[in-house]
Ligand binder design. Structure first.
Ligand code: 5AD
Length: 487
C-alpha cells in the first residue's frame, strides 16, 4: 500500500492521518469509540469531517441482534466504491462483529483492511502503520484474559463531559441462552478499584458532575482490595463496596449511576448502598427479559419471576421514589401466548417507568440456537407492539404525575431543536427522566444542577422551567461550567 495524502509528506512516524469512527450499539461501544479516538489521536490522527474526507474509517460494531449486524454489513458495503477510487483508504471493523467473525470478515468483505476485537484497541495504531506500510490485511481478536487492560477515557483539561462513563469490568460469565456477549466480550475481568476511583476523581476535577459506571454485569464486581461481601447470600458481590469507595473518595461527585446490573446481584447490600448513598441515582435499569418462569429457565437467567420481583422490590423500597426500567425479549423460542401475558403482567406489577423491548433474534455461538425459533416474525411484531402499548401507558402516567413538581435537573447539553422553540437545553433528573428546559440563558446552564418546575409531559420526556426566577433572568444553581455536550 502506497502512503497518500499527508503521510507522504512525513518521512518517518508518527504519521498524520484523518480518521472517522462510526459507532453502533450500546453505551459500552460508545465508550470504546471514545477510547479508540484517543488511541488514534495519540498516534497522530486528527478527526476527519466525514467519511469522504478520511484516511481511516473505523466501524465500531454491535452483534447483539442480527439487525445491528446487518446494518453494519450494509454500511461497510457502501464504502466499496470509495475504496476502489482510493485504495489507500484504510477500512477497520472493530467491536463485537469483529470479535465474532475475526478473519472470516476479511474474506467476506474484501475491502476491509483490519479487524480489531474490543480487547485489541491498544494495538490499533501499530496495525494501522503496518497496513499503511504495505502489510497484508490482518485480524487481531485476542482477549487479554491473563493481563486485562482497561484504557481510561480520553480527558482533555476543561473539556470533561457532564456525564463521564467509567468502565468497571468487562466480559460476562453468565450464560444466558440468547446472548452472544460472552463470546464477543470474553470472560469477566474486573478493573482495580483504585483505577476506577482515580479515573472518576480526575474527571470530576475537570468538571464532570455525574459518573456512569459501565459493565456487562456491572454488579458482579470483585476486587481483593475491598472488604469481602458480607451475609450468606451467594450472589453478594463487592459492587456495593465499590460504590461506597467511590462516594467516599470522590466527595465532589454530584451523581452516580451504573448500568447494567444482573438481577441476581441486586442483593441486600446493594439495596443498603442505595439507602445510604444520596448521590446514587434513584433509578435502576434492571433487565428482566421475560415474566414467565418457563421462559426465564430456558433463557438460563438464573432467577424466577418471584425472585426478580422480590429483588426489585427491595431496591425500590431502599429509598423514596426509586424507579426501575428494564429490557425485555419477546418471541423467545417456545414463548406461548400465556408466557407473553405473564411478561405483560410483570411489567404492570413492577411498574417499569420505561423499557427497551426486542424481538428475539437467533445469534451464533448461543445455546438458544438449539431451540426451534418457532414464534413467527408476525407474532413477534404483534407482541412487541403490545408490550410497548402497555409500557407507554405506565410511562406516560409516571411522567404526567410529575407535572407541577420541582425536580433537580443535571443539564447535559443542547436539546435537539424542535420547531419554533426558544433556546433549549436538556438534562436528567436523578431518576433519569429527560427534561427539556426553556430558558433564554439556557446554554449557560450546561453542567449545572438546576431546580425546575415541570410544566408538561411529552411522550418520553418532560419540559421544565427554572423554578425560582422568571425565565428571562434565569440563574444557574451550583457550579456552572460551559461543557461540551456528551456523546
Ligand atoms: N435477541 C433479542 N434481544 C437480545 N438481547 C440480547 N440478545 C438478544 C437476542 N439474541 C437484548 C437483551 C439485552 C439487550 C442488551 O439486548 O434484552 O438485555
Amino acid at each position: 500500500m502506497r502512503p497518500r495524502g499527508p503521510w507522504r509528506a512525513i518521512p518517518g512516524f508518527p504519521v498524520t492521518f484523518r480518521y472517522v469512527i462510526h459507532t453502533f450499539g450500546c453505551q459500552m461501544n460508545v465508550h470504546d469509540s471514545d477510547r479508540m479516538a484517543a488511541v488514534l489521536r495519540h498516534a497522530g490522527g486528527v478527526p476527519a469531517a466525514g467519511t469522504g474526507d478520511a484516511d481511516v474509517v473505523v466501524f465500531n460494531t454491535c452483534s447483539v441482534r442480527e439487525k445491528a449486524e446487518q446494518k453494519l454489513r450494509s454500511e461497510v458495503g457502501r464504502l466499496a466504491p470509495l475504496k476502489r477510487c482510493r485504495p489507500d483508504l484504510v477500512v477497520v471493523v472493530a467491536g463485537c462483529v469483529a470479535q465474532q467473525e475475526g478473519k472470516r470478515l476479511l474474506a467476506r468483505i474484501p475491502h476491509v483492511d483490519l479487524v480489531v476485537g474490543p480487547d485489541n484497541v491498544p494495538e490499533l495504531p501499530a496495525l494501522l502503520l503496518d497496513r499503511m506500510a504495505g502489510a497484508a490485511p490482518t485480524a487481531r481478536t485476542e482477549f487479554d484474559t491473563l493481563a486485562p487492560r482497561f484504557l481510561a477515557a480520553p480527558l482533555e483539561p476543561g473539556r470533561a463531559p457532564v456525564v463521564g462513563l467509567v468502565t468497571t469490568m468487562k466480559g460476562c460469565d453468565e450464560r444466558c441462552s440468547f446472548c452472544i456477549v460472552p463470546h464477543t466480550r470474553g470472560p469477566e475481568r474486573y478493573r482495580p478499584t483504585r483505577e476506577i476511583v482515580d479515573e472518576a476523581r480526575r474527571m470530576v476535577a475537570e468538571g464532570t458532575r455525574e459518573v456512569l459506571l459501565l459493565g456487562q454485569t456491572v454488579d458482579s464486581f470483585r476486587d481483593p482490595a475491598l472488604e469481602p461481601p458480607g451475609g450468606d447470600d451467594p450472589d453478594e458481590t463487592q459492587f456495593p463496596q465499590l460504590l461506597r469507595a467511590l462516594v467516599r473518595q470522590v466527595p465532589a461527585l454530584a451523581r452516580l449511576r451504573y448500568t447494567s446490573p444482573h438481577p441476581r446481584h441486586a442483593t441486600e447490600s446493594l439495596a443498603r448502598a442505595h439507602m445510604d448513598l444520596d448521590v446514587l441515582a434513584r433509578h435502576v435499569h434492571l433487565p428482566v427479559q421475560s415474566g414467565s418462569d418457563r421462559v426465564l429457565r430456558r433463557m438460563i437467567r438464573r432467577y424466577t419471576r418471584a425472585e426478580y420481583v422480590a429483588r426489585a422490590d427491595r431496591l425500590v423500597r431502599a429509598r423514596d421514589g426509586i424507579t426501575l426500567s428494564t429490557d425485555i425479549i419477546v418471541g423467545f423460542p417456545g414463548e406461548t401466548r400465556a408466557d407473553f401475558e405473564e411478561t405483560l403482567s410483570l411489567v404492570r406489577e413492577v411498574g417499569f417507568v420505561s423499557l427497551f423491548g426486542f424481538k428475539y433474534s437467533p445469534r451464533p455461538h448461543t445455546a438458544a440456537l438449539r431451540l426451534h425459533d418457532d414464534v413467527s416474525e408476525e407474532v413477534k411484531s404483534e407482541r412487541l407492539a403490545r408490550l410497548f402499548e402497555v409500557a407507554d401507558v405506565i410511562g406516560s402516567a409516571h411522567l404526567s404525575s410529575l407535572v407541577g413538581t420541582r425536580q433537580q435537573v443535571l443539564v447535559e447539553g443542547a436539546s435537539k431543536r424542535d420547531a419554533g422553540s426558544a433556546i433549549r437545553v436538556q438534562g436528567r433528573t436523578d431518576r433519569n427522566e429527560i427534561v427539556h428546559i426553556d430558558a433564554p440563558e439556557a446554554a449557560s446552564l450546561i453542567g449545572a444542577i438546576v431546580e425546575v418546575v415541570i410544566a408538561r409531559a411529552n411522550r418520553h420526556s418532560l419540559v421544565g422551567v427554572p423554578s425560582d426566577v422568571p425565565p428571562a433572568r434565569a440563574q444557574p444553581r451550583g457550579q456552572v461550567r460551559r461543557l461540551p455536550v456528551y456523546g
